[in-house]
Design a protein around this ligand. Structure first.
Ligand code: URA
Length: 239
């Protein structure tokens, strides 16, 4: 059991004092009833509560997916564009959720965010081979030969080639053409600009890039660009 003020605090609603204040001022409901006692105790698992008219589910650790629009950076300290964090409501920012890996500023689609550091490590570690599916719009037609080379493996040139740099050998888990210039690539790692560099390595060029899948998770068709939703549990990502 957990005190209501502690529950709000754990979910990112501000300092303990602020959380108690919200409760005392009648802003918090549990099971549809206003609760004005900050010390009222509840079993947090599975609890839904309302703060200022908005319903929140309790999660010991937050895991969400965002449909990232173009023009947002995944970095904590963005340089040229707003951060993806600016698309999230204050309690999630307060909880310090972080992107699971990064998408380029101009890449759209499925971005996971969590405040669970161990989960970030698990989902981004090369050891775990979590599959990611990307749809790229290419400048030139996607040929059978390019698909075969992407599957066989290509060497990535360094963004800034230096003589002592070892070339990186990368292979697509799956590569298919979905229309003349549409390339769908499944990768199980996430090197810097990997899709763009792989397309360049086979003589094509990515003009726009979208991630549609991360592990077992697909971007819901009804999640608009810039929108986010809860992921019920990490097992939805890598069962
Ligand atoms: N590969 C890229 O080139 N960019 C991304 O954002 C993701 C994968």
């Amino acid at each position: 059991m957990m005190r209501l003020s502690q529950i709000l605090f754990s979910q990112g609603f501000g300092t303990r004092r602020l959380c108690s204040g919200l409760i005392i001022h009648g802003e918090v409901k549990v099971d549809g009833e206003v609760v004005e006692d900050p010390d009222a105790e509840y079993e947090p698992e599975g609890l839904n509560f309302e703060v200022s008219g908005k319903t929140w589910p309790y999660y010991a650790k937050a895991l969400i997916m965002l449909n990232k629009p173009s023009g947002y950076e995944c970095s904590q300290k963005p340089k040229h564009h707003p951060s993806v964090m600016s698309l999230l409501p204050p309690p999630l920012r307060e909880r310090n959720v972080q992107p699971v890996g990064r998408l380029d500023e101009d890449t759209t689609g499925l971005l996971l965010l969590t405040d669970d550091g161990a989960l970030i490590h698990k989902l981004t570690s090369p050891k775990h081979h979590v599959h990611k599916v990307y749809e790229a719009r290419c400048k030139h037609e996607v040929t059978d030969e390019q698909l075969a080379r992407l599957l066989a493996g290509v060497e990535l040139r360094e963004p800034d080639p230096k003589p002592h740099h070892q070339a990186q050998f990368v292979q697509a888990v799956a590569a298919e053409r979905f229309d003349a210039t549409g390339l769908r690539l499944t990768l199980d790692e996430g090197k810097y600009h990997q899709v763009k560099r792989m397309a360049a390595a086979v003589g094509n060029r990515v003009e726009s890039l979208h991630r549609s899948q991360f592990g077992a998770l697909q971007l819901p068709a009804d999640l608009p660009a810039g929108g986010w939703c809860w992921v019920a549990s990490p097992s939805c990502v890598s069962p």
